[in-house]
Design a protein around this ligand. Structure first.
Ligand code: NAP
Length: 474
């Protein structure tokens, strides 16, 4: 496997001021040493993006579209290699990694189609004294910061619309998973992205170096995906220069099973909503809110399905639940489960940290009461707390009892009842009778402290565009 491990600045692969190891979390072994950027390299990346913006922002949309289309085709052609890389550095199983690469590539295809369709507007002012012309222009140099849980898709969900809009960019992947992002940059270079348009850095000191870049007047836009905790810090940092920001932050998704739900369908959906990516997804169902009358049947069947999963290194044949990204992340999961059990949670399955060098945690189901502390945390692992309710109003109140509002899931055999529940839940996305709804053609984003703005769909490109009004005397 040919790995890219250098920084990518101004169309060149360059060494940094040091290196950091990338670890395979399934066995603790070092996969590669990746270059880190010092201050001068961070500055060089901003300078390159700033210079490239002059021409890239004026490139014909069709040219940008065709580069994105080529990048999509390369990603699909090389998806086995990319999925292996993602699985190795992230710990997720190969089938999840393959699914992620397909989803990630789709953002390049979708935004290749969007690049040539940016809408405008030309009309007479109501007073009749002028014409109102509304157009869109690329914002400028954009800083893209991504997390470790979807190292490919979170990068392409930003790079795709940024390229389509005519912005230039600096990508900063998570320190745990830079290899997938580097491989995607290699694909973009081969697809014909000109020098300076896309740059990749991995700062040796993330906080202070990103802060400096957010105070650089050449940087105009921050697109961040990660935890709400870091998002709050970056919003404060961005306030000094009044940067445009889009924030895709944490989640604590409720999975509501109403009394009339088909339980077998709900269990099948729960397995996807909970276990895709080993539970390390912002969209992962995190609180199973189940009608009391069906709770026993649901919990028994769900625990049985969870218990049947094969836990193994991501690249092992038949693996269904891989390692967490690191021992540190795995231990966070274990601490939340231990605290939940100490507060009265009843373990239905799992809950015991295995021995060994790999960052594994077993599929775990816990029956809890609504006061249990685990319900207030994004677990980010294969852990499913189940809490019961008496009526639909109580289910909605439980679903909304969180600072997060990214996604929710509702199961019911009555579509009217399901839609009424979906409308009452405070989240940016609701899945009805489905375990997954992420789609590059649909707007992805959250209410409350799950974020600001939307990625994907018709909205995504607007995160990288300014709206300009030109008043014309006629
Ligand atoms: P994280 O700790 O917030 O890190 C995300 C990114 O921010 C990483 O690249 C990290 O770099 C960087 N970062 C950390 N501190 C920073 C600082 N002070 N200044 C600038 N950058 C900083 O999140 P994570 O643990 O990687 O990812 C998990 C979180 O992401 C979960 O909360 C999940 O819900 C959320 N997420 C949300 C979405 C969504 O679309 N809403 C999608 C996926 C994940 P280093 O690696 O160098 O620290």
């Amino acid at each position: 496997m040919q790995l890219k491990t250098d920084l990518y600045i101004d169309g060149k692969w360059v060494k940094g001021d040091g290196t950091i190891p990338v670890i395979d979390p399934s066995n603790g072994e070092v996969i590669a040493e990746v270059a880190t950027a010092g201050e001068s390299q961070c500055d060089a990346a901003v300078a390159a993006a700033d210079r490239a913006f002059v021409t890239w922002s004026k490139t014909a949309p069709r040219v940008r579209a065709e580069i994105l289309r080529k990048a999509f085709e390369l990603m699909i052609a090389e998806s086995d290699h990319l999925a292996k890389l993602t699985s190795m550095e992230n710990g997720k199983v190969f089938s999840d990694a393959k699914g992620e690469i397909a989803y990630a590539a789709e953002f390049f295809r979708w935004f290749s189609e969007e690049a040539v369709r940016t809408p405008g507007d030309f009309r007479m002012a109501p007073s009749g004294d002028k014409r109102i012309l509304v157009t869109h222009q690329p914002i400028g140099v954009s800083l893209l910061i991504t997390p470790w849980n979807f190292p490919a898709a979170m990068a392409t969900r930003k790079i795709g619309p940024a390229l389509a809009a005519g912005c230039t960019m600096i990508l900063k992947p998570a320190s745990e998973t830079p290899l997938t992002a580097l491989a995607i940059i290699d694909i973009l270079e081969r697809a014909g992205v000109p020098a300076g348009v896309v740059n990749l850095i991995l700062p040796s000191k993330t906080g202070p170096m990103i802060s400096k870049m957010l105070h650089d007047p050449r940087v105009r836009n921050l697109s961040f995906t990660g935890s709400t905790e870091v998002g709050r810090v970056l919003l404060k940092e961005s306030a000094d220069c009044v940067l445009r920001t889009s924030m895709e932050l944490g989640g604590n998704a409720p999975f509501v099973v109403l009394a009339d739900a088909n339980i077998d369908d709900a269990v099948a959906g729960a397995m996807i909503a909970k276990m895709r990516n080993g539970g390390a997804a912002c969209t992962a169902a995190n609180r199973f809110i189940v009608a009391k009358s069906v709770a026993e049947e649901f919990t028994t069947k769900f625990a049985k399905a969870m218990g049947a999963l094969k836990v193994a290194p991501g690249l092992e044949e038949g693996a269904q639940l891989g390692a967490s990204v690191s021992i540190k992340e795995r231990n966070k999961i274990a601490e939340l489960v231990d605290a939940s059990v100490a507060a009265g949670g009843k373990l239905e399955l799992g809950g015991k940290t295995p021995e060994g060098a790999g960052a594994f945690y077993p599929a775990t189901v816990i029956s809890v009461t609504k006061e249990n502390p685990i319900l207030n945390h994004e677990v980010f692992g294969p852990v499913a707390p189940v809490v019961t309710f008496e009526n639909d109003e109580e289910a909605i109140a439980l679903a909304n009892a969180t600072e997060f509002g990214l996604i929710s899931y509702v199961y019911s055999s009555d579509l009217k009842r399901a839609i009424k529940t979906a409308e009452a839940i405070e989240s940016g996305m609701v899945a009805i009778n489905r375990g997954v709804i992420s789609d590059p053609a649909a707007p992805f984003g959250g209410f409350k402290q799950s974020g600001l703005g939307r990625e994907g769909g018709f909205h995504g490109i607007h995160e990288f565009l300014e709206t300009k009004y030109i008043g014309v005397e006629i």
